[in-house]
Design a protein around this ligand. Structure first.
Ligand code: MRU
Length: 370
């Protein structure tokens, strides 16, 4: 997608030095475009944990590149021990997005049988590039399936703007390109369908206000940033036609973990008969879990992220204290929306019910993920 008219992805191999992975450091968006070099496994683990990059599919891609960098760092003698540790370190960075484990396991399974370090490096890079390309293709397919939903609503409304509410950033910055929740929106906009997006600001890290708004603006999609607690009111007044969010982990039964606050939007949508869709690639499905509430690990982050807020002050990006310094705060990063509140899942294979039957109708087994 474009930033100021220039095409970007969120992660790539440095064309001048293939031992360096480059990312957009998202902590500074929308005010500064900073490209960061990741040269060591530690650089990658810090970038994931401290959210220089974020969003389930991008975390997966970065973890796969982390395995490649670990392969470059590994000793000639017994590289497997080093790489096994790298798997653990990468998996420990952020617990909720299952794309991380999916990518690390895919890389590890591919390199484990190989003995030559040079061959391990080549294979790890190949896997990382494959996961990255797969993410782009899956997002594009999600876009074309989701487009049909928007098109139907647009026809019903006689071409009046389709108002879509989204939470957090499940856009191209959360993936490699196109996004999950945003892919159908971009496809609709590019087809000339009149769309307007309500962008939840998404406290505490404001991924909606900072990142979703930035990418929609760059693509020319009409949008309005709203405080997190406005969605219910808009739905009661028929100002939302459709909700589309992303997912960090979806159980095989259709329960969806996504950014904290998603559940409340699903409840409001349910009460107001607004269709609530979740867009996700199959790499976000956890085939081992059946009960999202009980089984999905929910990341708790530093309470300072709640107590401080970041913004632009006279050309400088600054953090300011929002709460009394002594007040304790808590920072659950995700919540789980039970499948019964989800109208459907938009995947790279089509749209299905948020249920085991629905998911298995599209993906006959967990190996059927292309
Ligand atoms: O904490 P974050 O910013 O990594 O959380 C991101 C989300 O919750 C996204 O909605 C989710 O990863 C889906 S991304 C396509």
């Amino acid at each position: 997608m474009n930033i100021n008219g220039k095409a970007f992805r969120t992660i790539w191999v440095n064309p001048e030095d293939p031992q360096i992975i480059q990312i957009i450091d998202q902590r500074w968006l929308p005010h500064k475009l900073v490209i960061e070099d990741l040269k060591t496994l530690e650089d990658v683990t810090i970038a994931i944990r401290d959210m220089h990059l974020r969003g389930a599919p991008l975390i997966g891609s970065a973890a796969a590149f982390g395995m490649y960098i670990a392969a470059l760092e590994a000793p000639e003698k017994n590289p497997h021990e080093y790489l096994n540790n790298a798997c653990r370190e990468l998996k420990n960075t952020r617990p909720t997005a299952v794309n991380l484990a999916y990518a690390v396991d895919k890389s590890w399974n591919a390199i484990q049988p190989i003995n030559s370090k040079t061959e391990i490096e080549k294979r790890a890079l190949k896997i990382a590039l494959e996961i990255t390309e797969e993410s782009v293709q899956h997002c594009q397919k999600i876009g074309s399936f989701g487009l049909q939903l928007i098109e139907e609503i647009s026809i019903k409304k006689g071409g009046k703007p389709v108002n879509i509410l989204t939470h957090c950033n499940a856009g191209w910055f959360a993936c490699v390109d196109f996004g999950t929740a945003t892919a159908p929106i971009y496809a609709a906009h590019d087809k000339g369908i009149d769309v307007h997006v309500w962008v939840d600001e998404t406290r505490p890290r404001n991924q909606g206000a900072r990142i979703t708004a930035f990418e929609l603006l760059n693509h020319g999609v009409p949008h309005t940033v709203i405080p997190d607690n406005v969605g219910g009111h808009l739905m009661q007044h028929e100002m939302v036609d459709l909700v589309i969010v992303g997912s960090d982990r979806t159980t095989v039964t259709g329960d969806v973990a996504n950014k904290i606050g998603t559940y409340l939007k699903a409840l409001a949508a349910f009460d107001n008969q607004v269709p609530f869709y979740v867009a996700l690639p199959s790499s976000t499905i956890d085939w081992n879990l059946k009960d999202g509430l009980k089984e999905i690990p929910i990341e708790q982050r530093d309470s300072e992220e709640v107590k401080y807020i970041q913004g632009l002050d006279n050309k400088e990006i600054r953090q300011v204290l929002l709460t009394p310094k002594e007040s304790p705060a808590t920072n659950y990063a995700f919540d789980v929306t039970p499948a019964r509140f989800v109208t459907g899942l938009i995947t790279e294979k089509g749209i299905c019910q948020a249920s085991k039957q629905g998911i298995l109708n599209l993906f006959s087994s967990k190996n059927d993920q292309s």
